[in-house]
Design a protein around this ligand. Structure first.
Ligand SMILES: C[S@@+](CC[C@H](N)C(=O)[O-])C[C@H]1O[C@@H](n2cnc3c(N)ncnc32)[C@H](O)[C@@H]1O
Length: 244
Protein backbone atom coordinates (compact mmCIF):
# COMPACT_ATOMS: atom_id res chain seq x y z
CA UNK A 1 0.00 0.00 0.00
CA UNK A 2 1.38 3.41 -0.99
CA UNK A 3 1.82 5.99 1.81
CA UNK A 4 -0.88 8.24 0.31
CA UNK A 5 -3.30 5.29 0.17
CA UNK A 6 -2.46 4.42 3.78
CA UNK A 7 -3.11 8.01 4.90
CA UNK A 8 -6.43 8.03 3.06
CA UNK A 9 -7.54 4.70 4.47
CA UNK A 10 -6.55 5.80 7.98
CA UNK A 11 -8.60 8.96 7.37
CA UNK A 12 -11.55 6.89 6.20
CA UNK A 13 -11.33 4.61 9.23
CA UNK A 14 -11.17 7.63 11.54
CA UNK A 15 -14.24 8.99 9.82
CA UNK A 16 -16.22 5.80 10.31
CA UNK A 17 -14.96 5.47 13.90
CA UNK A 18 -16.13 9.02 14.60
CA UNK A 19 -19.51 8.06 13.18
CA UNK A 20 -19.67 5.03 15.44
CA UNK A 21 -18.86 7.18 18.47
CA UNK A 22 -21.34 9.86 17.48
CA UNK A 23 -24.09 7.28 17.18
CA UNK A 24 -23.26 5.43 20.35
CA UNK A 25 -23.41 2.18 18.39
CA UNK A 26 -20.01 1.20 19.71
CA UNK A 27 -21.67 -0.50 22.65
CA UNK A 28 -19.65 -3.70 22.52
CA UNK A 29 -22.59 -5.92 23.31
CA UNK A 30 -24.41 -4.82 20.14
CA UNK A 31 -21.53 -5.75 17.82
CA UNK A 32 -21.07 -9.32 16.59
CA UNK A 33 -17.30 -8.72 16.59
CA UNK A 34 -14.81 -6.07 17.77
CA UNK A 35 -15.14 -2.40 16.98
CA UNK A 36 -12.10 -2.33 14.72
CA UNK A 37 -13.51 -5.13 12.57
CA UNK A 38 -16.89 -3.38 12.50
CA UNK A 39 -15.26 -0.20 11.19
CA UNK A 40 -13.33 -2.18 8.55
CA UNK A 41 -16.45 -4.07 7.52
CA UNK A 42 -18.43 -0.87 6.96
CA UNK A 43 -15.55 0.66 4.96
CA UNK A 44 -15.05 -2.49 2.88
CA UNK A 45 -18.76 -2.80 2.11
CA UNK A 46 -18.91 0.90 1.23
CA UNK A 47 -16.15 0.44 -1.36
CA UNK A 48 -17.69 -2.79 -2.68
CA UNK A 49 -21.14 -1.24 -3.04
CA UNK A 50 -19.89 2.05 -4.52
CA UNK A 51 -17.42 0.52 -6.96
CA UNK A 52 -19.99 -1.98 -8.25
CA UNK A 53 -21.57 1.14 -9.81
CA UNK A 54 -24.05 0.13 -12.46
CA UNK A 55 -25.31 -2.92 -10.60
CA UNK A 56 -25.90 -1.04 -7.33
CA UNK A 57 -26.57 2.70 -6.92
CA UNK A 58 -25.92 3.43 -10.60
CA UNK A 59 -28.68 1.01 -11.58
CA UNK A 60 -31.27 2.07 -9.01
CA UNK A 61 -34.72 3.26 -10.09
CA UNK A 62 -37.59 4.83 -8.21
CA UNK A 63 -40.85 3.80 -9.91
CA UNK A 64 -38.88 3.22 -13.10
CA UNK A 65 -36.91 6.47 -13.03
CA UNK A 66 -33.12 6.26 -12.52
CA UNK A 67 -32.05 7.57 -9.12
CA UNK A 68 -28.39 7.85 -8.15
CA UNK A 69 -28.64 7.39 -4.41
CA UNK A 70 -27.53 4.94 -1.76
CA UNK A 71 -30.69 3.08 -0.61
CA UNK A 72 -29.68 3.62 3.03
CA UNK A 73 -29.67 7.37 2.38
CA UNK A 74 -33.14 7.16 0.83
CA UNK A 75 -34.36 5.77 4.14
CA UNK A 76 -32.64 8.65 5.95
CA UNK A 77 -34.26 11.17 3.58
CA UNK A 78 -37.68 9.63 4.26
CA UNK A 79 -37.08 10.01 8.00
CA UNK A 80 -35.83 13.60 7.61
CA UNK A 81 -38.88 14.53 5.52
CA UNK A 82 -41.22 12.88 8.01
CA UNK A 83 -39.52 14.55 10.99
CA UNK A 84 -39.16 18.05 9.52
CA UNK A 85 -41.94 18.29 6.85
CA UNK A 86 -40.43 21.17 4.85
CA UNK A 87 -42.70 23.26 2.62
CA UNK A 88 -39.98 23.37 -0.04
CA UNK A 89 -37.05 21.10 -0.92
CA UNK A 90 -34.50 22.68 -3.28
CA UNK A 91 -32.39 20.11 -5.12
CA UNK A 92 -29.25 20.96 -7.11
CA UNK A 93 -28.65 18.14 -9.61
CA UNK A 94 -31.81 16.64 -11.15
CA UNK A 95 -30.15 14.03 -13.41
CA UNK A 96 -33.15 11.96 -14.66
CA UNK A 97 -35.48 13.24 -11.94
CA UNK A 98 -35.49 10.07 -9.84
CA UNK A 99 -34.54 11.77 -6.58
CA UNK A 100 -37.00 14.64 -7.15
CA UNK A 101 -39.71 12.06 -7.81
CA UNK A 102 -38.70 10.18 -4.68
CA UNK A 103 -38.94 13.33 -2.52
CA UNK A 104 -42.29 14.22 -4.12
CA UNK A 105 -43.59 10.68 -3.47
CA UNK A 106 -42.78 10.98 0.23
CA UNK A 107 -44.41 14.42 0.22
CA UNK A 108 -47.54 12.86 -1.30
CA UNK A 109 -47.77 10.58 1.73
CA UNK A 110 -47.19 13.59 4.01
CA UNK A 111 -49.70 15.62 1.95
CA UNK A 112 -47.27 18.51 2.19
CA UNK A 113 -44.28 19.95 0.36
CA UNK A 114 -42.92 20.64 -3.09
CA UNK A 115 -39.60 20.19 -4.87
CA UNK A 116 -37.63 22.72 -6.91
CA UNK A 117 -34.92 20.87 -8.82
CA UNK A 118 -32.13 22.35 -10.93
CA UNK A 119 -29.88 20.94 -13.67
CA UNK A 120 -27.84 22.29 -16.53
CA UNK A 121 -29.13 19.47 -18.77
CA UNK A 122 -32.67 18.24 -19.44
CA UNK A 123 -32.35 14.46 -19.55
CA UNK A 124 -36.07 13.79 -19.24
CA UNK A 125 -38.18 14.88 -16.33
CA UNK A 126 -40.92 12.80 -14.74
CA UNK A 127 -43.99 15.01 -14.44
CA UNK A 128 -45.36 15.44 -10.94
CA UNK A 129 -47.55 18.23 -9.56
CA UNK A 130 -45.17 18.81 -6.64
CA UNK A 131 -42.04 19.21 -8.82
CA UNK A 132 -40.77 22.38 -10.52
CA UNK A 133 -37.83 21.94 -12.90
CA UNK A 134 -35.34 24.73 -13.50
CA UNK A 135 -32.64 24.56 -16.18
CA UNK A 136 -29.29 26.27 -15.60
CA UNK A 137 -26.38 26.17 -13.22
CA UNK A 138 -27.30 25.96 -9.54
CA UNK A 139 -24.83 28.75 -8.81
CA UNK A 140 -25.95 31.10 -11.62
CA UNK A 141 -27.43 34.33 -10.18
CA UNK A 142 -30.58 34.01 -12.32
CA UNK A 143 -31.24 30.46 -11.07
CA UNK A 144 -30.70 31.45 -7.43
CA UNK A 145 -33.07 34.39 -7.98
CA UNK A 146 -35.64 32.09 -9.61
CA UNK A 147 -35.47 29.70 -6.65
CA UNK A 148 -35.94 32.58 -4.20
CA UNK A 149 -38.90 33.80 -6.25
CA UNK A 150 -40.58 30.40 -5.91
CA UNK A 151 -40.41 30.44 -2.10
CA UNK A 152 -43.01 32.42 -0.16
CA UNK A 153 -42.21 34.26 3.07
CA UNK A 154 -42.61 32.01 6.10
CA UNK A 155 -42.17 28.74 4.20
CA UNK A 156 -39.78 26.16 5.62
CA UNK A 157 -36.96 25.16 3.29
CA UNK A 158 -34.58 22.21 2.98
CA UNK A 159 -31.84 21.79 0.36
CA UNK A 160 -29.97 18.87 -1.20
CA UNK A 161 -26.74 19.56 -3.10
CA UNK A 162 -26.02 16.84 -5.67
CA UNK A 163 -24.75 18.53 -8.83
CA UNK A 164 -21.13 19.34 -9.75
CA UNK A 165 -19.06 17.75 -6.98
CA UNK A 166 -16.00 19.99 -7.32
CA UNK A 167 -14.88 21.79 -4.15
CA UNK A 168 -15.42 25.28 -5.57
CA UNK A 169 -18.89 24.55 -6.90
CA UNK A 170 -20.15 22.84 -3.74
CA UNK A 171 -18.81 25.67 -1.58
CA UNK A 172 -20.61 28.21 -3.79
CA UNK A 173 -23.82 26.18 -3.50
CA UNK A 174 -23.47 26.02 0.28
CA UNK A 175 -23.07 29.79 0.39
CA UNK A 176 -26.03 30.34 -1.96
CA UNK A 177 -28.52 27.84 -0.53
CA UNK A 178 -27.43 27.73 3.14
CA UNK A 179 -29.13 31.08 3.85
CA UNK A 180 -32.40 29.82 2.28
CA UNK A 181 -32.57 26.79 4.59
CA UNK A 182 -34.74 27.51 7.61
CA UNK A 183 -33.98 26.77 11.25
CA UNK A 184 -34.46 23.10 12.14
CA UNK A 185 -34.30 22.06 8.46
CA UNK A 186 -31.52 20.15 6.65
CA UNK A 187 -28.91 21.07 4.10
CA UNK A 188 -27.66 17.76 2.72
CA UNK A 189 -24.39 17.62 0.81
CA UNK A 190 -24.25 14.48 -1.32
CA UNK A 191 -21.14 12.47 -2.19
CA UNK A 192 -18.94 13.58 0.72
CA UNK A 193 -17.68 9.99 0.48
CA UNK A 194 -15.43 10.81 -2.50
CA UNK A 195 -11.78 11.86 -2.27
CA UNK A 196 -10.97 8.90 -0.01
CA UNK A 197 -13.90 9.07 2.43
CA UNK A 198 -13.56 6.19 1.62
CA UNK A 199 -14.12 5.98 -2.18
CA UNK A 200 -12.40 7.57 -5.21
CA UNK A 201 -9.21 8.45 -3.31
CA UNK A 202 -7.76 10.31 -6.29
CA UNK A 203 -10.72 12.67 -6.81
CA UNK A 204 -9.17 15.72 -5.15
CA UNK A 205 -10.98 18.22 -2.92
CA UNK A 206 -14.72 17.85 -3.27
CA UNK A 207 -17.94 17.96 -1.25
CA UNK A 208 -16.40 16.81 2.04
CA UNK A 209 -13.72 19.48 1.96
CA UNK A 210 -16.29 22.11 0.95
CA UNK A 211 -18.42 21.15 3.98
CA UNK A 212 -15.34 21.49 6.21
CA UNK A 213 -14.66 24.99 4.87
CA UNK A 214 -18.31 26.01 5.09
CA UNK A 215 -18.76 24.77 8.68
CA UNK A 216 -15.58 26.58 9.76
CA UNK A 217 -17.09 29.90 8.73
CA UNK A 218 -20.79 29.26 9.44
CA UNK A 219 -21.88 28.28 12.94
CA UNK A 220 -25.56 28.07 11.98
CA UNK A 221 -25.16 24.46 10.82
CA UNK A 222 -24.10 21.31 12.66
CA UNK A 223 -23.31 17.90 11.22
CA UNK A 224 -26.10 15.57 12.34
CA UNK A 225 -24.43 12.17 12.66
CA UNK A 226 -27.67 10.55 13.80
CA UNK A 227 -28.70 10.64 10.11
CA UNK A 228 -25.82 8.23 9.43
CA UNK A 229 -27.24 5.53 11.67
CA UNK A 230 -27.50 2.99 8.85
CA UNK A 231 -23.66 3.02 8.79
CA UNK A 232 -23.39 3.03 5.00
CA UNK A 233 -23.97 6.55 3.70
CA UNK A 234 -22.67 8.32 0.62
CA UNK A 235 -22.88 11.53 2.65
CA UNK A 236 -20.61 11.08 5.71
CA UNK A 237 -20.60 14.36 7.59
CA UNK A 238 -22.93 15.75 4.91
CA UNK A 239 -26.24 15.85 6.78
CA UNK A 240 -26.18 19.44 8.06
CA UNK A 241 -28.96 20.76 10.28
CA UNK A 242 -29.57 24.46 10.74
CA UNK A 243 -29.67 25.16 14.45
CA UNK A 244 -30.04 28.95 14.46
C1 LIG B 1 -25.15 12.97 -9.49
S1 LIG B 1 -26.21 13.63 -10.69
C2 LIG B 1 -27.67 13.97 -9.74
C3 LIG B 1 -28.34 12.74 -9.30
C4 LIG B 1 -29.76 12.92 -8.81
N1 LIG B 1 -29.87 13.89 -7.77
C5 LIG B 1 -30.26 11.59 -8.31
O1 LIG B 1 -30.13 11.32 -7.11
O2 LIG B 1 -30.76 10.82 -9.13
C6 LIG B 1 -25.51 15.20 -10.94
C7 LIG B 1 -26.30 16.10 -11.88
O3 LIG B 1 -25.81 17.43 -11.69
C8 LIG B 1 -25.89 18.10 -12.92
N2 LIG B 1 -25.01 19.27 -12.87
C9 LIG B 1 -23.67 19.35 -13.12
N3 LIG B 1 -23.24 20.60 -12.96
C10 LIG B 1 -24.32 21.33 -12.59
C11 LIG B 1 -24.51 22.69 -12.25
N4 LIG B 1 -23.50 23.57 -12.30
N5 LIG B 1 -25.75 23.10 -11.87
C12 LIG B 1 -26.79 22.21 -11.83
N6 LIG B 1 -26.65 20.91 -12.14
C13 LIG B 1 -25.45 20.48 -12.51
C14 LIG B 1 -25.51 17.06 -13.95
O4 LIG B 1 -26.01 17.42 -15.22
C15 LIG B 1 -26.15 15.80 -13.35
O5 LIG B 1 -27.41 15.56 -13.92
Amino acid sequence: MRMSQRVQSVGAVALVAATFFALGVVARQSLPFGQAKAVRTVGDFHELFYNAGKTTWGGSRWFGVPIEKCPMDLMSYQEILFDTRPDVLVEAGTFMGGSALYFASIMDWLRKGRVITIDIVNRGRPPHPRITYLQGSSTAPEIIAAVKGLISPGETVMAVLDSDHSYAHVLKELQAYGPLVTEGAYLVVEDTNINGHPVRPDYGPGPSEAVDAFCESDSQFVRDRTREKYLLTFNPGGFLRKIR
